[in-house]
Design a protein around this ligand. Structure first.
Ligand SMILES: CC(C)(COP(=O)(O)OP(=O)(O)OC[C@H]1O[C@@H](n2cnc3c(N)ncnc32)[C@H](O)[C@@H]1OP(=O)(O)O)[C@@H](O)C(=O)NCCC(=O)NCCS
Length: 219
């Protein structure tokens, strides 16, 4: 059996984590990617949650990582309710579908619970995250700032009733946004790779604008 270790990220991991993040996201959701810069910037941002940012090692080599940041739900009175968000999360492409992502994500969720966080709200493909108990954030009345409920915005309460009376719009950390020229300059420090247009980008574009028309009250 392989020796698998999940531990907090340390400074000695920064470069390899950024390289793996870039490898995992490259051309997946757009030509190139910005997730390696998000990771790089997030570590120094006020929204960064260091105690939930883990790497997973296989036989002593880093195979992937998960990053967490503070987010919030703003209700109709302007009251802010603290939530947390994970992402980027990535596993080395050659190690996909071997259960490493599941180990890493499950570990981080258990730690988030243990540390007393209220709920995790994320953006992503439901087929990646339903398996951990995430449901459309619409179920809790949590929309995007444009007022729409999307299937790709999901929530996981971390204790019973955690999202009762918490509805409004979700604000993810501004650290998830990157500047185009900063990205170009940062990317220069990595091996050159071609930016391509591939099918997964159209799938992502379609999925990220899909409105959640589930009637959760009827369930
Ligand atoms: C998403 C990611 C971290 C998952 O890591 P992984 O180690 O491949 O995932 P696991 O093998 O632990 O899979 C766990 C479960 O997630 C789901 N899943 C993972 N990848 C999937 C895929 N490509 N299609 C459908 N379901 C998938 C499945 O339910 C899977 O369980 P199963 O293999 O028993 O069916 C990895 O694919 C990755 O790095 N992707 C590129 C970056 C990315 O898209 N990150 C998420 C951004 S929202």
């Amino acid at each position: 059996m392989k020796n698998i270790v999940i531990r907090l990220e340390e400074p000695r991991d920064y470069l390899i984590v950024e390289e793996i993040t870039r490898d995992a996201f490259w051309n997946l959701y757009c030509p190139g990617c910005n997730e390696h810069l998000i990771v790089h910037n997030l570590r120094n941002h006020a929204d960064f949650i260091a105690e939930l940012t883990f790497v997973i090692e296989v036989e002593g080599n880093i195979a992937g990582s998960i990053f967490y940041s503070h987010s919030k739900v703003v209700d109709k009175n302007g009251t802010q309710h603290k939530t947390i968000t994970f992402g980027p999360v990535s596993i080395s492409p050659q190690l996909h579908r071997q259960g490493l992502g599941r180990l890493l994500i499950s570990h981080s969720i258990a730690e988030a619970k243990r540390l007393g966080h209220r709920a995790i709200v994320i953006g992503g493909y439901p087929y990646h995250y339903q398996t951990y108990g995430f449901v459309g954030a619409k179920k809790y009345g949590i929309a995007m700032p444009d007022g729409n409920y999307y299937t790709g915005i999901m929530a996981l309460p971390l204790f019973d009733g955690a999202l009762d009376n918490v509805s409004g719009y979700i604000c993810f950390s501004e650290a998830m946004e990157t500047d185009k020229s900063e990205l170009e300059a940062f990317d220069e420090s990595f091996p050159k790779r071609d930016k391509l247009i591939v099918d997964s980008q159209a799938e992502f574009e379609k999925a990220s604008s899909e409105i959640d028309d589930n009637d959760y009250k009827a369930v």
